[in-house]
Design a binder for this molecule. Structure first.
Ligand SMILES: [Zn+2]
Ligand SMILES: [Zn+2]
Ligand SMILES: [Zn+2]
Length: 256
């Protein structure tokens, strides 16, 4: 199984419009952070995790020709703002796109993309989606890989993380329950949000994320949902070798 980090940036994307800070003006490509999303490729199919506003650019960069499922973590716009860009894959595959998420997230998708669910939409092209509700701790198999739905706390919002085979994907967490920490024991690769040094009510800081990495104990971990507060080169120097900042386009092989 291969995972590609399509985006590793916080909700504004980095560079942030109008900002002239050292990160936003950096010439290191690893400091250019599109909105956080990931692509999982297995011999049996491709799974997208989240479909934020940079989706078109991200799927072009990844050379994606087919998608068999979209797993949504939650309905914040930086995670679902690119669903309309899935249309070309609808055309290619000539089949509805299965989209998975919790009920509240599905309702938000139906509201924000109302035209996709309206048969009298004036004939304009629209995404062809089938919505599938997931519940915490549910297990399912997609693209031949076993998946567990993880309940994650994102400030005042209950969202989902996913264990996908030997990969754990947790974005937008502000805290992770002990039960989830236990369920991730033995995971090979952990992708986890780490916003910045300063605490934030909705997100893990670097120190908080590192504490969870040490408790979960993966072979390696990658930070995503990064702000413009720190250069990639500075952060990588500060972290122990088993934790690295993610960057857009990073590809990881995860053993079955
Ligand atoms: Zn987010
Ligand atoms: Zn900046
Ligand atoms: Zn969020």
């Amino acid at each position: 199984m291969r995972v590609t980090l399509l985006g590793t940036g916080t909700s504004t994307g980095i560079p942030m419009i109008g900002c002239t800070c050292p990160v936003c003006t950096s010439t290191d490509s690893r400091d250019m952070r599109l909105r956080t999303a990931a692509l999982i490729e297995t011999p049996d199919g491709n799974i997208l995790i989240d479909a934020g506003p940079d989706m078109r650019q991200q799927l072009l960069s990844a050379g994606t020709k087919s998608l068999h499922a979209v797993l949504l973590t939650h309905e914040h716009q930086d995670h679902i703002g690119g669903i309309d860009d899935l249309r070309p894959l609808n055309y290619r595959m000539d089949t509805p796109m299965p989209v998975y998420g919790r009920r509240r997230t599905i309702e938000a998708v139906k509201k924000r993309y109302y035209y996709a669910f309206d048969n009298n939409n004036g004939g304009s092209s629209r995404p062809n989606l089938t919505m599938h509700e997931l519940t915490p701790w549910q297990t399912l198999t997609l693209a031949g890989v076993p998946i567990t739905v993880l309940p994650i706390t994102h400030g005042t919002l209950d969202i989902f993380g996913y264990r996908i085979g030997n990969l754990a994907y947790i974005t937008d967490a502000s805290s992770i329950d002990a039960e989830v920490v236990r369920a991730l024991a033995g995971v090979d690769t952990l992708i986890i949000n780490a916003l910045r040094d300063d605490p934030h009510p909705m997100h893990l800081s670097f120190d908080q994320a590192q504490a969870y990495v040490e408790r979960i104990g993966p072979r390696r971990a990658y930070y995503v949902h990064l702000t413009h507060d720190i250069l990639h080169a500075t952060l990588i120097d500060r972290l122990p070798t088993h934790i690295q900042p993610g960057f857009d386009g990073l590809m990881l092989e995860v053993p079955a």
